[in-house]
Each structure stands twice: as C-alpha cells, then as structure tokens.
Design a protein around this ligand. Structure first.
Ligand code: CP
Length: 296
C-alpha cells in the first residue's frame, strides 16, 4: 500500500507501472474495483485540478470520498485542533489520504503518526509529486517516450513545487537535458539540482527564454507573491505569447500544471503546440492509478 510523499520515492519501475495503469484506465480496459474504499481529501490550500481530480478518480474506481478543508479555530470553538490530532482521527476512517498543506513538513509530520497511505498533493514550496506523475504521463503521451528529451522548465523555480518534483522525476530517465529558465533570484534550488545531476542528467540554467532546441516547454508559473518580488516586467519577459510559439519547432509541446495567471497568453491555446488542457485531462487516469496502487 504505497503512499507518495516525495518524487525521490519514484523509481522507474513504479513510474512505468503507474503510466501503464493510467493508460488502462483512460482506455477503459481496467476495472474500478475499489467499492467501499474511502479516500480522505485533506486540502488546506485551494485546489481545483488536484482535489477535483482525486475526487473524480475515487468515484470512477468505486470509492467514496470525504473532504476536510479547515480545522477548528479558536475563534469558532474553545480549543483549536492540530493537524496531527486531526490526521490521527481521520486516518482510521479512510483507506488513503490525499494531503495538501502550506507547511513543507506537513506530510512527514503526519506520516509518522498514521498507517493509512498518504499522497502528498503539495506541501508548501517543496514538492507536488502526484502532479509530476501527471506531467510525465503527458510528456510520454505527447512525445512517445521521455528518454533523450530536452525540457525547459520556466518560472519561479525557487518556489514552484511542481518544478522541483518534475526535475526529480525526470532524473529517472536517460539522456535528459533540463534547462531551468528563471529570474536569477528565483533559480532552481541546489538540493533538487544536485539529485538530477547525480543521476546523470544535463542541467542548464538560463535567465532568457531560450527555447530554440527544446522539445517540451514546461511553464511552472511566475505569480507575483509576497515571497518572490516578481515584477510585471519579469512576467512580461517570461510570458509565452503567440510570437514565442511561432519560433518553436512544430513538434514542441507546451505544458503547464495550471492554474495560469497570465504566464501563457490565451492566444496560444489554439496553437498545435499548446497541450496543457490535454495534460490536465490526462491527470484523471494517473490519479486513478495512484489511488488503485495505494488501495492495493
Ligand atoms: N496543478 C495543480 O496542482 O492545480 P491545483 O492547484 O488546481 O490543484
């Protein structure tokens, strides 16, 4: 009954198995046979795709869901409730828990206390490993394989957790080149880059939107937040516009975990290179595969 706290837990056989299982679900050749199972959706940050995606995936494999989005606060009740206590109470009611929480250490704090498999659906600015699996499935589907590709990851690579998990997951593939494109102050943290390097991948860093020789453009996001000092000029500089797409080769595909603020102009949506809504749709099968594995 494996959970998933971080992308480093994903070895190649597990990734390949999940991609295979996701494809079977998408084709309708795998049965949803988890009738009576309960999926706990503990989402303490906003989420559309991940929360609704896991809820729909649960229903499609025959499971039910229960959702928690806030804990008791002192303003409402006499005693506030800790995440730890809440998790220990909810875990026995559930067969798998999907957790999104703003604290980086939340998955580790909880996993020490419960035996129910835990899927990390985003922990602060650290990781989002289930999204990385959706991304790998999308790349594999769009390019017919991942080994040997050249991937650009664009945005606030210091804070965007999707970028960290994708880089770690790509380290499991052969002859991969990743170009990390960001403002200098928002570069990919060394602790993730080191893992990718150690696995033999080629890692490049750029501050300009250099996409000439790239196969996959992954737009991780460049929102303006109190943490990152991103300016409107920065957003203008890294935005994918129609003119950007015209300079890309026909085979290039643009991915984005979404939501976008305006990192990709809506005029790009109708170009053959735009694949982010297809990527989002593929997430259903991958989340079914993840739940099936966790509920085995
Ligand atoms: N991609 C992603 O994590 O989207 P949500 O925040 O809507 O779940």
């Amino acid at each position: 009954m494996p959970g998933l706290l971080r992308a480093a837990e994903l070895d190649r056989p597990r990734i390949d198995g999940l991609i295979h299982s996701a494809r079977e679900f998408a084709r309708g050749t795998a049965a949803g046979d988890r009738l009576g199972a309960v999926v706990g959706l503990l989402f303490f940050e906003d989420s559309l795709r991940t929360r609704v995606g896991f809820e729909a995936a649960a229903v499609r494999i025959g499971a039910g869901t229960t959702t928690v989005t806030s804990l008791r606060q002192t303003t409402q009740m006499a005693i506030p409730e800790t995440l730890e206590d809440a998790a220990r109470c909810v875990a026995p009611y559930c067969d798998v828990i999907c957790l999104r929480h703003p604290d980086v250490d939340a998955p580790d704090r909880i996993s020490r206390l419960i035996t129910t498999p835990l899927l990390n659906c985003g922990n602060g600015d650290d990781e989002h490993p289930t999204q990385a699996l959706v991304d790998l499935l999308a790349i594999d589907e769009l390019r017919g394989g991942i080994d040997g590709l050249r991937v650009a990851i664009v945005g606030d690579l210091l804070h965007m957790r999707v970028a960290h998990s994708l880089l770690l997951a790509l380290s499991r593939y052969e002859a991969i080149t990743v170009r990390c494109i960001s403002p200098q102050a928002l570069a990919m943290p060394e602790r993730y880059a080191r893992v990718f390097h150690a696995a033999g991948g080629t890692l490049q860093a750029a501050q300009a939107l250099e996409l000439d020789d790239i196969d996959i453009v992954y737009v991780a996001g460049l929102p303006r937040t109190p943490q990152n000092n991103v300016t409107i000029a920065d957003q203008d500089r890294y935005r994918i516009e129609s003119a950007t797409v015209q300079r890309l080769a026909a085979h290039v595909r643009i991915l984005c975990p979404l939501p976008r603020v305006d990192e990709i102009a809506t005029t790009v949506d109708s170009t053959p290179q735009a694949a982010y809504f297809q990527q989002s749709a593929l997430g259903l099968g991958m989340r079914m595969a993840l739940l099936k594995q966790a509920l085995a």
